[in-house]
Write a protein that binds this ligand. Structure first.
Ligand SMILES: C[S@@+](CC[C@H](N)C(=O)[O-])C[C@H]1O[C@@H](n2cnc3c(N)ncnc32)[C@H](O)[C@@H]1O
Length: 233
């Protein structure tokens, strides 16, 4: 099985970004003592980075196999919205070399991480862009392949992307409308926009083609993974 190298402190981010990776014991602690205690104390001192990075690798490899058929060697420019540390993009890079990856993320960890639907408020963040940068570099993504943008402070990249991926972020935790105009600008008629949404039906009004890849009934809220292409207008 493959694995990732993990910078010190990044195990905490993996857990906050992918809460399903915690052990049943830590899940109980979280339930008993609450989210604030869990996010600020347990994730700092009680994680096993070795086990976590293996689980994270496996999860990202599974995510890749689900979307692999939508990606081919002509796809060169990728955008990741809320990609967390970027494990999925690392696996894509292992298969298709020399692509460019642009990441838009948040550069802070919320004090009391809530995994709900924030609508257009979008105040939750669980990342650290320096740790993300190190993680990508330690795992084979060259600096000239990578650009990381802070959603709250940077000008977002204005180029045409081949593939745009947002797992459990766009329209899962915050409203698609936050990115709608931007995504129109940076997509072509064949750009594949892959994300998890709590309202898949709504997207047939927005895109000419919407393919449902998977239905999740046991995640934080019921959702569907969709691959959308071509805005109606
Ligand atoms: C539940 S995590 C999912 C991370 C990753 N996609 C994965 O599947 O492991 C959601 C991510 O979205 C990020 N996020 C929240 N609001 C965002 C925004 N407006 N733009 C980009 N990223 C955002 C958070 O910081 C967090 O890393």
């Amino acid at each position: 099985m493959g694995n990732f190298n993990l910078p010190k402190k990044a195990a905490r981010l993996i857990v906050l970004q992918r809460i399903e990776l915690i052990s049943p014991f830590l899940a109980k602690i979280r339930k008993l003592f609450g989210r604030y205690f869990f996010s600020n104390f347990v994730t700092r001192f009680f994680l096993n980075p070795k086990i976590l990075k293996e689980k994270y690798y496996q999860t990202m490899a599974d995510e890749f196999s689900m979307i692999e058929r939508f990606i081919d060697s002509n796809d060169k420019i990728f955008l990741s919205i809320g990609g967390g540390l970027g494990g999925l993009e690392l696996i894509i890079n292992q298969k298709f070399k020399n692509n460019k990856y642009h990441f838009i993320e948040k550069n802070y960890v919320s004090k009391k991480v809530q995994y709900g639907w924030g609508g257009t408020k979008n105040t939750e963040g669980y990342n650290n862009l320096n740790l993300q940068k190190n993680f990508l570099k330690m795992n084979g993504l060259n600096e000239n392949q990578t650009n990381i943008y802070d959603f709250d402070n940077d000008t977002l990249p204005e180029k045409k992307f081949d593939v745009i991926i947002s797992l459990f972020s766009l329209d899962y935790h915050y409203d698609f409308s936050l990115y709608k105009d931007y995504l129109k600008k940076v997509s072509k008629s064949d750009t594949k926009i892959i994300f998890d949404t709590i309202r898949a039906d709504y997207f047939s009004q927005i895109f000419k083609k919407v393919e449902i890849v998977k239905t999740y009934n046991n995640t934080v809220h019921k959702s569907k993974r969709v691959v959308c292409t071509e805005f109606w207008n």
